[in-house]
Design a protein around this ligand. Structure first.
Ligand SMILES: Cc1cc2nc3c(=O)[nH]c(=O)nc-3n(C[C@H](O)[C@H](O)[C@H](O)COP(=O)(O)O)c2cc1C
Length: 172
């Protein structure tokens, strides 16, 4: 099996992270992988905000948790949070961001760094308290956030067995 296929087939979502820094050069490459994702009509109207301050990540998680009524919600306390945002008027923004996220997950995995999609922002990014935090991180008010990438070295082991059950059908 080639290395790219091996990387795709062995990536699993990670939901517990070590308190261990991700080297800056690797982080930059991981985000670059997002930038190199396909985008509808090649518009590339996205922005990638990389939050490396765990207190800031915690603060966002707290606000999200409060909105969801989930006490202690912490987005799995990642080392880094990558927030792809995109112009609301771009009809492909959600798909573009999803492509970028998968590139980010696979790039992270290639460096031995774990990741998971955090989806709560999709419904909460216009909440004033959430938007206030996004604005303080220079995420434009014209942008929407869908999924985010929580990144870090895998912590306490979890069951990584995920059955892939989708159907594949070749028509010849
Ligand atoms: C659109 C979407 C939303 C997701 N949201 C979350 C989430 O909010 N929290 C979470 O822990 N995982 C989330 N996931 C990760 C999925 O649960 C995970 O990909 C799935 O269980 C398959 O596991 P695998 O990634 O290890 O292959 C999301 C994945 C997608 C594609």
């Amino acid at each position: 099996m080639n290395a790219v296929m091996e990387n795709i087939l062995t990536r699993r979502s990670i939901r517990a992270f070590q308190n261990k820094e991700i080297p800056q050069e690797e982080l930059e490459q991981i985000v670059q992988a997002g930038l190199y994702a396909p985008s509808g009509q090649n518009r590339q109207t996205w922005k990638f905000t990389v939050v490396t301050d765990r207190d800031k990540i915690r603060k966002l998680a707290e606000v999200i948790g409060r909105k969801l009524g989930r006490d202690g919600y912490d987005m799995y306390s990642p080392q880094v949070l990558v927030i792809p945002s995109n112009e609301k008027e771009n009809q492909h923004s959600m798909e573009d961001n999803a492509c970028a996220l998968e590139n980010i997950f696979l790039a992270a995995h290639s460096f031995g760094i774990g990741s998971v999609w955090i989806n709560q922002m999709r419904d909460l990014c216009e909440e004033p308290e959430v938007r206030e935090i996004l604005s303080s991180w220079d995420i434009p008010s014209s942008h929407r956030v869908f999924g985010m990438a929580a990144l870090g070295y895998a912590g306490a082991s979890e069951n990584k067995e995920v059955k892939k059950t989708g159907e594949v059908h070749f028509v010849e």
